[in-house]
Design a protein around this ligand. Sequence first.
Ligand code: FAD
Length: 479
Amino acid sequence: MPPMISRQTFLRGAVGALATSALFGPLRAGADPGSGWAGLASSIGGRVLLPDGGSFAAGKQIFNSLYNGSNPAAVVTVTSQADVEKAVAFAAANKLKIAARGGGHSYIGASAAAGAMVIDLRGLTGGVNFDSATGNVTMPAGTELYAVHQVLAGAGRAVPTGSCPTVGVGGLTLGGGMGADSRHAGLTCDALKSATVVLPSGQTVTASADDHPDLFWALRGGGGGNFGVTTSMTFATFPTADSDVVRVDFTPSSAARVLTGWQTWLAAADRNTWGLVDMSVGGPQANCHVLATCPAGSGPGVADAIKSAVGVQSTGVEHKTLSHMDLVMYLAGGSSTSSPRGFVAGSDVIGTVNSAAAQAIVAALGKWPPASGRASVIVDTLSGAVGDIDPAGSAFPWRRQSAVAQWYVETPNSAQAAAANNWLSAAHQAVQQFSVGAYVNYLEPNIAPSRYFGSNLSRLTEIRQRYDPGRLMYSGLNF
Ligand SMILES: Cc1cc2nc3c(=O)[nH]c(=O)nc-3n(C[C@H](O)[C@H](O)[C@H](O)COP(=O)(O)OP(=O)(O)OC[C@H]3O[C@@H](n4cnc5c(N)ncnc54)[C@H](O)[C@@H]3O)c2cc1C
């Protein structure tokens, strides 16, 4: 969840300086399929976009515009499960890596990887289907979050998701999925009931607790792009109600107190209450606030509880009551769309946000040179229902930790991208003593997979070997 303010202050990046090939080396191992592409194009309902074609630049465009310069071998837009099967078989026959593309929000441009065959899943048909008999919802894996919420709102239901309206449900779920419903409903992947996956072997399987349970385990937090191309997902839903959203601002000099107070407040708070800390430096104004959601009517009490737990004077309090869909829009920054932008971001999973850890997080943020613009850290909670699942119960390992700190800078030019990367390294170093890993949905280049999967890595590696022995799938992570 990059800071909401960034959407308003967004500057379109246009550097293309960090093409994926520069980070990971060339991917393409196979022979050039040459005229073979025409055969694939004529056999599918979708299209094959090649580098010399007019639609290629738009077809490979993803959210992080730092990767505008990345050149996949082709973008295959699919419309059906059969298209995906044909595209996967084609990639396997031609030894091309496959980069699945859902919402296109990969931090490292994995869904537009240089040399890979991109399978763009956004055209998969079928729509979002809520089954009132089971309370489950089924959708194509390329569906954007806003569309999921919109359909479910009609039935007064929801699934726990992240906040960005254009993130794809597949990419979000495969890495975990943190958001304002995590404390009462868990991660997005915790709500997953089953998934249909086209494996690199060409076989299509359904993974659930009863069917291919090893794959089902891996799909819940093992990271996008690692085991096969997921085409459809079914989730459990929960009933929605009106909520209060609360924002309590503090002076940035109180930031460490705000972090520890936020933890104290959350420890005593009802699971229907959620909150994060958002801090930024540089730009027109430094900022430090707690953003919380809670049942309608409880906002004023929650604001008081936050202020009392933090124990320093707040500089502003806002709260309002919203329907679930209005809350989705509020958390999305007020819009159901979001335009591409350049950004550098990463994360640290903090075991316990005690006073020393809080000071380290604040010190890490302070390493950003304010003259270079604005940098943020958003500290999101792992408490509540996230911890109801055993750390070994799904591939997502961070079930016993306090928080994920996300470091984030928008980077309109290459000089700023370099400054941002330096800051990211400095921030990791500053919190090293308190950091046990990182969140795979906030993927960074050149970070060891053990940082993302902790003690689940060896099982995940076995499962990957079983389902993708030739490492046909590309994710940006090597394991
Ligand atoms: C603006 C913004 C806001 C965000 N907010 C949140 C948030 O609130 N909470 C949170 O937890 N995360 C958040 N994220 C992170 C987001 O969850 C990840 O970036 C996620 O991987 C994006 O999925 P995608 O489908 O949009 O991206 P893509 O780039 O399409 O996919 C990401 C990765 O998953 C793979 N993948 C995607 N779909 C499939 C599939 N169907 N089968 C196999 N592999 C697949 C891709 O190959 C790629 O490696 C945010 C990201 C951004 C940029």
